[in-house]
Design a protein around this ligand. Structure first.
Ligand code: FES
Length: 127
C-alpha cells in the first residue's frame, strides 16, 4: 500500500483495501495483463477462462487504496461472467458500487477495468 492519507477514504473502503478479495497472482492463467497507469500505479489481472466463462480471477497492484479496492471490485464483478458480459463492466459501475470513492481517484477504476479488458483481449488473441 502507498504511504497515503487514508483520511480521504470512507471507512468501508479502507476495510476492503485491508483484506481485498481476489488479491494475488496466479500460476498458469489462461490469460493475463499488466498496465502501468499515467499516475505510476501498476495493475495486473490473471484469468482462468473455460468455454468463454471467467472461472477464476486474481489481480495484483502496488497502487493506492483506491486502486486496490477498484481492482477487487472489478475482479468480483468479472468472476463467473462470460467474456462478453465482462467486457461491459464499466468504471462507472465500479464507482457506483463503492459509494464514496474520492473523485480524484476515479481514474483508479479506469486502470482496473482497462487491465481486466486487456487480459480478456489477451485471451481473444490466443484462441
Ligand atoms: Fe492512480 Fe490509483 S492513484 S490508479
Amino acid at each position: 500500500m502507498h504511504d497515503e492519507d487514508i483520511s480521504i477514504y470512507p471507512e468501508h473502503i479502507v476495510n476492503v483495501a485491508k483484506d481485498p478479495k481476489h488479491f494475488g497472482r496466479m500460476n498458469g492463467p489462461t490469460s493475463s495483463a499488466f498496465i502501468k497507469g499515467p499516475c505510476g500505479d501498476e495493475m495486473e489481472f490473471y484469468l482462468v477462462i473455460e468455454d468463454r466463462i471467467i472461472k477464476e480471477v486474481k489481480f495484483h497492484t502496488t497502487g493506492c487504496i483506491a486502486t486496490i479496492v477498484c481492482g477487487s471490485v472489478a475482479a468480483q464483478l468479472a468472476l463467473g461472467k462470460s467474456i462478453d458480459e465482462a467486457l461491459s463492466i464499466s468504471p462507472r459501475e465500479i464507482i457506483g458500487s463503492l459509494h464514496g470513492l474520492p473523485e480524484e481517484h476515479s481514474h483508479c477504476s479506469i486502470l482496473a477495468v482497462s487491465t481486466l479488458y486487456r487480459a480478456i483481449a489477451d485471451y481473444l488473441l490466443k484462441i
